[in-house]
Design a protein around this ligand. Structure first.
Ligand code: GDP
Length: 481
């Protein structure tokens, strides 16, 4: 009966087909997928099977579709992440900003992987999420957690733009967040600013002093020079982007990290992204759930909070197990429902793990099918690794010639050197393919790619890359031997 209604075909016609197949049926018979396919084929209609919605999907759909009325939105502090080449002064800058050594400041033996805190600048707040590197930053994105509003790329003035700086830039760019440059270590003598500005410009980051739109703030974590300027610049960029949230709704956000503490249960460091989180709220986060028993300040574990506003990081206690970093959390009013959702998720995660199914990202072989399936593929993201700068330029030029009415090629990152695990993480977070030209992936990159379903393609001839891409876009690519 349902199929008849959905397809606009009289029920008797469907029954007749079933009968001719030797199936005894009435209008109330429940049909299996095979039988449904068969009837659809007979009727010349296309059937799209959808899995029944899980409780968790239904609940999340409801939350996601909840629109905050314009008048409920108020400015929220920007969330900043520092990225950059190792030893360029990320940690020193952050320590200086907080005005204390946070690692020593946080008691209770919590091993800090990701730090998160809020500082006050003349009555305006700024939040920081300090990941241990751009890989961790992108790892969070790969799990669907976009907590960062603005990326600060730290460049040491004595070193200039280094390979890891370039990586950090592409990771920030892939996250589509504004970039501010902290040109650090400017207390050192003999700095060639023009050279560094030139390097930035080469990376498509034209400093505002040169007429571009990228703010470059000269800092010294050692003397403290420029730090206030940096904070003010971040506030200006934030004002420009008008980050807003509705503090009057139930909270949602992201778990930055979580740990089972021997004596006190689970501590989860979370970032509230919308709404206000209160002590006593029922929270579901990944496969964890519970009622928030208490909330600690992220900088001072002796300080308790009763509530956490949008963009505020806080350490919460009360979840039953430690959720994975990058999991979203939601507040709901029914603890029974929270348990059900958490259990359903735990079960799903286990079965996915056991079946070993890797998520499938775009590949040159499935690109066309995706296009045909009308999945929204307006861009093909590419991460390029090559043996030399010259190769990169030549490949860029070749690919620039490719044209397709619906798909745009976008090179997220083009760098010299072998394919790394960070590249695979970036590809995972951005649904990209990795192309290696005259380079090979290292072992960790290889196994990460397998696990995450990311395609790494290797080439030794430039025109072959363009050829394969062209054929892929036309659905003519033969599977790789
Ligand atoms: P990270 O790896 O980017 O977090 O870099 P760190 O903050 O650990 O700094 C690396 C080294 O550079 C340390 O020895 C710092 O003392 C030093 N350093 C950081 N900032 C400055 C600065 O502004 N001026 C000078 N002269 N040294 C700095």
């Amino acid at each position: 009966r349902e199929l008849s209604a959905a397809a606009g075909v009289p029920g008797v016609d469907i029954l007749r087909i079933l009968m001719s197949e030797g199936a005894m049926a009435t209008l109330n018979t429940q049909m299996d997928p095979d039988m449904t396919e068969l009837i659809a084929a007979e009727l010349g209609i296309v059937i799209d099977f959808k899995a029944p919605k899980s409780l968790e999907d239904e609940f999340l759909d409801e939350i996601r579709s909840m629109v905050d009325p314009e008048e409920s939105l108020v400015a929220r502090p920007p969330v900043i992440t520092f990225l950059g080449h190792v030893d360029h002064g990320k940690t020193s800058l952050i320590d200086k900003i907080i005005g204390m050594n946070v690692v020593g400041g946080e008691s209770g033996g919590i091993t800090q992987h990701i730090r998160a805190y809020q500082v006050d600048r003349n009555g305006k707040r700024i939040s920081f999420v300090d990941t241990p590197g751009h890989e961790a930053f992108t790892e969070m994105r790969a799990r669907g957690a976009n907590v960062t509003d603005i990326a600060v790329i730290v460049v040491a003035a004595d070193d200039g733009v280094m390979p890891q700086t370039e990586e950090a830039i592409s990771h920030a760019r892939a996250a589509e967040v504004p970039i501010v440059i902290a040109l650090n270590k400017t207390d050192l003598p003999g700095i060639d600013f023009d050279k560094i500005y030139q390097q930035l410009a080469t990376n498509d980051l034209l400093p505002s002093e040169w007429g571009g739109d990228v703010e470059v703030v000269k800092t010294s974590a050692t003397t403290g020079a420029g730090i206030e300027n940096l904070l003010d610049t971040l506030l200006t960029v934030a004002e420009l982007h008008e980050y807003k949230a509705n503090p009057d709704r139930e909270a949602l956000g992201t778990c930055l990290e979580a740990q089972q503490m021997a004596d006190r249960g689970v501590m989860a460091k979370v970032m509230v992204q919308n709404g206000t989180l209160h002590v006593g709220d029922v929270v579901v986060c990944g496969d964890a759930f519970g009622r928030v028993k208490s909330m600690d300040d992220t900088l001072n574990s002796k300080l308790r909070h009763e509530e956490a506003l949008p963009s505020m990081p806080v350490n919460i206690w009360g979840l039953d197990v430690a959720p994975a970093a990058g999991e979203h959390f939601y507040v709901l009013d029914d603890i029974g429902l929270a348990r059900e959702i958490a259990e359903a998720r735990a079960k799903r995660v286990r079965s996915e793990f056991l079946s070993g199914v890797a998520p499938t990202h775009v590949t040159l072989e499935n690109l066309f099918d995706r296009l045909e399936g009308a999945v929204d593929v307006s861009t093909l993201n590419i991460i390029l690794r090559a043996d030399t700068r010259g190769s990169i330029e030549a490949i860029r030029k070749e690919l620039g010639k490719l044209e397709h009415p619906e798909v745009k090629l976008r090179i997220l990152q083009a760098m010299v050197g072998g394919v790394t695990e960070a590249d695979v993480t970036l590809a995972d977070a951005s649904d990209a393919i990795v192309i290696g030209f005259n380079v090979v992936p290292d072992e960790r990159a290889k196994s990460a790619a397998e696990q995450r379903g990311v395609q790494i393609r290797r080439y030794e001839v430039i025109y072959k890359i363009a050829d394969d891409l062209k054929q892929s876009l036309e659905g003519m690519l033969k599977p790789e031997e």
